[in-house]
Design a protein around this ligand. Structure first.
Ligand SMILES: [Zn+2]
Ligand SMILES: [Zn+2]
Length: 248
């Protein structure tokens, strides 16, 4: 009998369709559990064709992502989930998150309109993750994001529509066993990063899946708590505070 915490196994995709998880954290994020190699191994196992690495305020550059793709034999799109920590450091009240993909450097800009424009001008792609959350951008269409995350694995949000831009799915995984529940089917793919992102810009993609089961998320929270208790007990309360805010 399969363990209840096992990641799903996706059936094979149709020809020309690639299955991408556009919102993946590794241990490059504060609460990330697993390193990139472990995450990639699990992404392969569940049947994904690629992942976008979106660690908090830590960019995996386009060039480094290409190098890691070759080494690990799997499509890796470089990226970042910005906002929150950087803005907190700058004493801004705006903690809302944005995702930028396929960038050479982290935009050193304050205003979200400047960031989406900068990413677009540099050939990247912007996604508004968890738009209905307190740390999301509800006005994603007005702010000229390229795509909105209509299915996020860790949140149970109201129905989200594209309002003229693409809708994508991402797990927002912080542990490898959270993969495979939510993803994006991108059509007419030639397998290259630029082609995949261009198809998203053209809305030639569909968000798939559903939120991650609560027992899988609970497993992750216990892993975070255990790690902090063992290594950084003073950080534990702050970490739980960050996680609880996600549900407010
Ligand atoms: Zn976020
Ligand atoms: Zn995230």
């Amino acid at each position: 009998m399969q363990a209840v915490t096992a990641s799903p196994q996706l059936p094979p995709a149709e020809d020309g369709v690639v299955r991408i998880d556009f919102h993946v954290h590794t241990n490059g994020s504060p609460e990330g559990i697993h390193g990139l190699a472990e995450v990639v191994a699990e992404a392969k196992r569940v049947g994904l064709d690629g992942i976008a690495v979106t660690d908090h305020n830590h960019l995996l550059s386009r060039r480094m992502a290409a190098k890691l793709s070759r080494e690990l034999g799997f499509l890796i799109i470089g990226g970042v989930e910005g906002g929150d920590l950087v803005r907190r450091k700058r004493h801004s009240d705006d903690h809302r998150h944005w995702i930028g993909l396929n960038l050479d450097e982290l935009p050193d800009l304050e205003e979200i309109e400047e960031i989406t424009e900068n990413v677009r001008d540099n050939g990247g792609l912007t996604i508004a993750p968890h738009p209905n959350a307190r740390n999301g951008f509800r006005d994603y269409d007005r702010l000229r994001f390229d795509a909105v995350e209509s299915v996020n694995g860790t949140r149970r949000e109201q129905a989200i529509v594209g309002k003229g831009i693409a809708t994508v799915g991402g797990t927002d995984t912080h542990a490898k066993y959270m993969l495979g529940h939510t993803w994006t089917d991108v059509y007419d793919s030639d397998g290259s990063v630029e082609n995949i992102l261009e198809n998203v810009r053209k809305r030639n993609c569909v968000a798939r899946g559903s939120p991650i089961p609560v027992w899988v998320i609970a497993r992750f929270y216990f892993a975070v708590a255990e790690r902090y208790l063992l290594h950084e007990p003073c950080e534990l309360i702050q970490s739980w505070g960050r996680q609880l805010r996600k549900f407010c």
